[in-house]
Design a protein around this ligand. Structure first.
Ligand code: GUN
Length: 281
């Protein structure tokens, strides 16, 4: 049976460390959150981020616009937050409604306050292999989960399923930085099963419920599930068929309680990192 990588517990440890640091040093990091529209999932994510931030002592301010808001309104707000030295992090909840040019808007954020790591400057630093930039929370949390296995990652075959800017692409860069041999699969990939069977590490970030079955997975593999789906019974499940795959994998993340809590913890970690850098601590 696979060892379960408990993201909830690891996130709790990270949050306790942040909370203690903030308390001991007596500072208050502040995060501005921009939300446009009423996407149900985004509303829940934002609420969870605010709750977690408040638990560790990070102040949040939510700017919620309806989907008729103009790009200019968002850009003006970003300029104001960039210039406000009391604001240390700026997050734009994605996806933005289709009428917005998300790439352009994200690139208006001061890279030092870009706690999602989505600004081209921070993407570039990650691609260079520099450790100095702010890095996207989901793959950053996944690297922590993978490293917690204690395995030597050098030369391991890592398969990343999904090529999003939020997870797949930065994930591949981080695994490459850890000396893995990285393959990226996506919706046009042929024979995903064979790629999975060859992988020592699988990070699956697609929208397909229970796609990855037991016979797709190498014995002892590390299987990371970034899925958030519902099964036939309406129960929350991932991309991985957990019951089957945990019989064969070496390590596996559950859904819920795996990657999700780590994403939020790493966002908070980034807000504190941004604060410390802005104060040259
Ligand atoms: N939407 C889905 N994941 C994310 C994320 O990590 N950050 C932001 N800002 N929006 C998201």
């Amino acid at each position: 049976m696979a060892v379960i990588l408990d993201g909830k517990k690891m996130a709790q440890t990270v949050k306790q460390r942040l909370q203690q640091m903030i308390k001991q040093q007596g500072f208050t990091p502040k995060l501005g959150i921009i939300l446009v529209g009423d996407d149900a999932a985004s509303l829940i994510y934002v609420k969870n981020k605010q709750k977690a931030a408040s638990e560790v002592g990070i102040e949040t301010q939510l700017y919620h616009f309806d989907d008729q808001a103009s790009s200019e309104t968002l850009e003006n707000l970003i300029q104001t937050l960039n210039a406000d030295s009391d604001v240390h992090g700026i997050l734009i909840q994605l996806p933005l409604p289709k009428s917005f040019n998300a790439a352009k808007i994200l690139s208006e954020i001061d890279p030092q306050k870009d706690v999602d790591g989505f600004h081209p400057y921070n993407i570039g630093l990650l691609q260079y292999g520099a450790q100095t930039g702010l890095q996207p929370a989901t793959p950053k949390g996944i690297m922590k989960l993978i490293k917690s296995t204690g395995l030597d990652l050098s030369g391991k075959n890592a398969l990343v399923i999904g090529r999003s800017n939020i997870v797949g692409k930065p994930m591949a860069m981080m695994l490459l930085g850890a000396d893995c041999t990285v393959t990226m699969a996506h919706s046009k990939t042929t024979d995903l099963k064979a790629l999975c069977q060859n992988a020592d590490i699988i990070v699956s970030a697609t929208g397909c419920a229970k796609l990855i079955k037991q016979d797709w997975v190498k014995s002892g593999a590390v299987v990371i599930d970034v899925g958030m789906n519902r099964d036939e019974q309406g129960k929350l499940c991932g991309v991985v068929d957990f019951e089957g795959v945990c019989q064969k994998a070496g390590f596996i993340t559950p859904v819920p309680g795996g990657v999700g809590p780590m994403t939020i913890a790493m966002l908070l970690d980034n807000v504190v990192e941004a604060y410390l850098k802005q104060h040259q601590i």
